[in-house]
Design a protein around this ligand. Structure first.
Ligand code: MRU
Length: 356
């Protein structure tokens, strides 16, 4: 997708270096950063220079390529894989990508291993782009249906950033929106700010602006009243881990939006590539929910009057704060799952009919 009219992907490999867009600096500064070592890759995931389930999977895949360039010893590779998986706990794509890479790399000779690793990491990215594009085409039909009935701008609420910045290109939740816009369907997006890291304001609104899509940032608590007023036609969010029974784990606050949508009879869709499905965990209580540093709540970053990025404290120093990063929306509140293979019911049968 475009930034200032120029096409980008979120990650690419060039001259033995992994290039990323540093998302901690967006929207104020657009910086392309080099990852040169496995340590750089793990750090980029931890501090969220890259974030979003598919993108952290891709970063981990390229991280293993960098590990091999540093040291092609198999025990170094195994330790790197383990460290990558532990760098963020909730999004299943991370483990999925590392395991996919390791299945190709374990026991491979030194003269072959780099080529195989790079091919597989590239393939993970190409596949994600293809899947996200198909998610867009499948979700487009739903937006089109609403537009054909309404004959007016379709208002879509989204939470966090499940945009192209969270994937390699297109995004998951935003892909149907980009496809609708390209087809000339008038769309407007309510972008939940998404405290504490403000991915909705800083990333979703930013990337929609760059593509010329109308959007409005709202606080995380505003969606309910907009739904009661009839100003939301549908919700589309992404997910970090969807269970085989259709329960959806996503950025904290998603659950409350789904409850409000249910109460107001507004369709609530979740968009995901199959790499985000966890076929093993049966109970959502077993999903590891990331708890991040409480400083993300008590401090805020923004531009000062000189145009420099500055961090300030906004809470009383003595106050305790808790920062759970994800929650789970039970399948019963999800109208449908928009996947690369089609739209299905959020249920074991729905997912199995499409994927097994
Ligand atoms: O903490 P983040 O910014 O990595 O959280 C991202 C989300 O919750 C996204 O909705 C999810 O990863 C889906 S990305 C297509």
């Amino acid at each position: 997708m475009r930034i200032e009219g120029k096409e980008y992907r979120t990650i690419w490999f060039e001259n033995n270096v992994v290039k990323i867009i540093d998302q901690t600096k967006l929207p104020h500064q657009f910086i392309i950063k080099d990852l040169k070592t496995i340590k750089d890759s793990i750090n980029a995931i931890k501090v969220m220079e890259v974030r979003g389930a598919p993108l952290i999977g891709a970063t981990a895949a390229y991280g293993l390529v960098l590990a091999i360039i540093e040291n092609d010893d198999q025990s170094f590779l195994k330790k790197s894989a383990e460290d990558l998986i532990n760098s963020r706990p909730t999004a299943i794509n991370l483990k999925w990508a590392v395991e996919r890479m390791m299945n190709k790399l374990l026991g491979v000779n030194s003269d072959q291993i780099l080529k195989i690793a790079l091919n597989e990491a590239n393939e993970i990215c190409e596949e994600d782009i293809k899947f996200c594009k198909n998610i867009g085409l499948n979700g487009l039909k739903i937006i089109e249906e609403i537009y054909n009935k309404k004959k007016n701008t379709v208002n879509i609420l989204t939470h966090c950033n499940a945009g192209w910045l969270a994937t390699i290109n297109w995004g998951t939740a935003t892909s149907p929106i980009y496809h609708a816009h390209k087809k000339g369907i008038p769309v407007h997006v309510w972008a939940d700010e998404t405290r504490p890291r403000n991915q909705g304001a800083n990333l979703t609104s930013y990337e929609l602006n760059e593509e010329g899509i109308k959007n409005t940032i709202i606080t995380d608590n505003t969606g309910g009243i907009l739904m009661q007023r009839g100003e939301v036609d549908m919700c589309i969010v992404g997910t970090d881990r969807t269970l085989a029974n259709g329960d959806v784990c996503n950025k904290v606050g998603t659950y409350l939006k789904a409850l409000a949508a249910h109460d107001n009879k507004i369709p609530f869709y979740v968009a995901l590539p199959s790499s985000t499905i966890d076929w093993n965990i049966k109970n959502h209580k077993d999903i590891p929910i990331e708890e991040r540093n409480s400083e993300e709540l008590s401090h805020m970053e923004g531009l000062d009057e000189k145009g420099d990025i500055k961090k300030i404290q906004i809470y009383p120093k003595k106050s305790k704060a808790m920062n759970l990063a994800f929650d789970v929306t039970p399948a019963k509140y999800v109208t449908g799952l928009i996947t690369e293979k089609g739209v299905c019911e959020a249920s074991e049968k729905g997912l199995k009919d499409l994927f097994k």
